[in-house]
Design a protein around this ligand. Sequence first.
Ligand code: ADP
Ligand code: 5GP
Length: 202
Amino acid sequence: MSKGRVFIISGPSGSGKDTLLKILFERYPNMKFSISSTTRPMREGEVEGEKYNFISKESFLSMLANDELLEHNEFVGNFYGTPKKPVMDAVSSGEDIIIEVDVNGAAQIREKMPEVISIFIMPPSLEVLKARLSKRGTETKALVEKRLCAALDEIRRAEEYNYIIVNDALDEAIEDITTVINSEKFRLDRQQYLINQILDKA
Ligand code: ADP
Ligand code: 5GP
């Protein structure tokens, strides 16, 4: 059995990661999602255990001390981390998994798992990003400004990623991510066995 693939999705807050992921999981019902642990307060409409486990700072620090996190980061005053076990379990049981993390988290995962496939979701422009973040209405004006500052730092590090997808028209961005996910299956390192299969019978 081949190992599961690990996809990392990053992009500035408001670039459309959640919107794209919701549609992707309808297309790929067997794809797993890595549920992060965070100390950020729950937003209206969010559900415990769906995208995040909302935990106290004490619980987060204890997970960290027990080496239960694959990566972690502080973002705009809150901690976020990827629990290690679900990712390792998915990989060893041949299931593909998507991890949504910021650029620092992505760099930590790449160090430990160089084979990950990383995708950066780029907003069409900073103006559009600001408009989408404000329209979403989940953050105060001051927090929107902080998230926009963080966005510039993230975009500066987009070159660390394997793929960049611009989320302008939603349906096009979905097609583009689908193309990446599908074509990754055909990489030489995942198909090497086919060569031997044929040659062994020659
Ligand atoms: P993120 O998860 O990256 O923080 P969201 O998925 O919450 O971003 O998207 C931020 C806002 O932008 C949401 O209100 C969402 O409905 C909207 N949005 C996302 N993608 C598009 C798009 N392609 N066109 C227009 N609005 C979008
Ligand atoms: P939000 O508060 O908007 O849900 O997420 C804020 C930022 O934290 C986003 O850039 C998001 O990708 C990132 N994030 C979400 N989960 C994790 C995680 O487990 N680890 C890290 N490092 N970042 C995360």
